[in-house]
Design a protein around this ligand. Structure first.
Ligand code: NAD
Length: 295
C-alpha cells in the first residue's frame, strides 16, 4: 500500500504556484486577490476559511475576509457579492458553505460573477466543466485529479465507484473521472443514499472515491484487494485520548482498508490539502483573467 500524501503533493503544487505568481508579477501582472465570505461562526467553517486565508499569505496572494453575523439577509449578502464582482482589485470570490437556513446557497452562488467563481460552484462553471470547456473546476474534485496526476496513476479503463452525489464533490467527480483524459477515462458508477447493494458494487471497484460524510463507512469487506481509495470525508468523532476530546476521521475505515489497497489518502493530510491547491490554482487563473473563463 502506498499513501497518497496530501502534505507532499500540496507542498509541490504550492511551490509551483508561488513561482508562477512571482513570474506573473515580474511580467507586470497584478497580485492575485481572493475574497472570502464567512457568515456566522460555525467552528468548522471558521477553520476552513482561516486556512484558505493563511494559504493566500503563504503563496503571495492578497486576501480579504468578510465576516457577517448569521442573521444577515440574503439580499444583503447578494449585494456584498455584487460589490465584490464590481471590485477590480478582487480576482476570486468564495462564499463558505453551508449558509444559514434562511439564505439560499444557490441564489448567493448564482450571484458570483463566473469570472471570479474560484470554488467552481456557479452553474456556468459546472456547465462548462460538463461540456469539457476550460473553466474553474470545483476545488475538491480538481484537487483529487491533481493528486492522481502527481502519482501518475493511470485510471484509463478502470471501474471508478463514487459514493455521494453532492454538487460540490460526488457529481462533478463523476464527470471528471469519465472524461476523455488521464486521469479520467474511467467507467464510472455513482452511488448514493438510495443505492441498493452498495457493497456488491464497491467490491467491483478499481478505484473508490468516498464523499459520504459518515465516519469510517467504507470498511475492508467492501473493498477489492488492490483498489485505489480516495477518502474525501472529514468527520469529527469523540476520542478521549486527545486533549481536545475529538479527532478527524474520513469516510473510510483507514486501519482495516489500508492493508488491502494499492493506494489510499489519509484523513487528515489527504484530500483536504488538495482542495486548497485547487482553490489557489483557480484564483491564480482568475487573476490571469483567461478570457474564455469569463461570462
Ligand atoms: P453531502 O452531505 O452533500 O453529500 C453526501 C452524499 O453521501 C449524498 O449525496 C448522499 O446521497 C450520500 N450518502 C449518504 N449516506 C449514504 C449511504 N449510507 N450510502 C451511500 N451514500 C450515502 O456531503 P459532501 O458535501 O459531498 O461531503 C461529503 C463528505 O466530504 C463530508 O464528510 C464533508 O465534510 C467532506 N468534504 C471534504 C472536503 C475536503 O476538502 N476533503 C470537501 C468537501 C466535503
Amino acid at each position: 500500500m502506498q499513501l497518497l500524501d496530501g502534505v507532499l503533493v500540496s507542498a509541490h503544487i504550492k511551490e509551483q504556484i508561488k513561482q508562477e505568481v512571482k513570474d506573473w508579477q515580474a511580467g507586470g501582472g497584478k497580485q492575485p486577490h481572493l475574497a472570502a465570505i464567512l457568515v456566522g461562526n460555525n467552528p468548522a467553517s471558521e477553520a476552513y476559511v482561516g486556512s484558505k486565508v493563511k494559504h493566500c499569505e503563504e503563496l503571495g496572494f492578497g486576501s480579504t475576509l468578510l465576516r457577517f453575523e448569521k442573521d444577515i439577509t440574503e439580499a444583503f449578502l447578494i449585494s456584498e457579492v455584487e460589490r465584490l464582482n464590481n471590485d477590480d482589485t478582487i480576482d476570486g470570490i468564495l462564499v463558505q458553505l453551508p449558509l444559514p437556513d434562511h439564505i439560499s446557497g444557490d441564489s448567493v452562488i448564482n450571484a458570483i460573477s463566473p469570472g471570479k467563481d474560484v470554488d467552481g460552484f456557479h452553474p456556468i462553471s459546472l456547465g462548462k466543466m460538463l461540456l469539457g470547456q476550460p473553466t474553474f473546476l470545483p476545488a475538491t474534485p480538481y484537487g483529487i485529479m491533481l493528486m492522481l496526476e502527481y502519482y501518475k496513476i493511470n485510471t484509463t479503463g478502470m471501474h471508478c465507484v463514487i459514493i455521494g452525489r453532492s454538487n460540490i464533490v460526488g457529481t462533478p467527480m463523476t464527470i471528471l473521472m469519465s472524461r476523455a483524459s488521464n486521469p479520467g477515462n474511467a467507467t464510472v458508477t455513482m452511488c448514493h443514499s438510495k443505492t441498493k447493494n452498495l457493497k456488491e458494487i464497491t467490491l467491483t471497484a478499481d478505484i473508490i472515491i468516498a464523499a459520504i460524510g459518515r465516519p469510517k463507512y467504507v470498511t475492508a469487506d467492501m473493498v477489492k484487494p488492490g483498489a485505489i481509495i480516495i477518502d474525501v470525508g472529514i468527520n469529527r468523532i469523540d476520542d478521549a485520548t486527545k486533549k481536545s476530546g475529538s479527532r478527524l476521521v474520513g469516510d473510510v475505515d483507514f486501519d482495516s482498508v489500508a492493508p488491502l489497497c494499492s493506494y489510499i489518502t489519509p484523513v487528515p493530510k489527504g484530500v483536504g490539502l488538495m482542495t486548497i491547491c485547487g482553490l489557489m490554482k483557480n484564483t491564480l487563473l482568475a487573476a490571469k483573467k483567461a478570457k474564455e473563463l469569463i461570462g
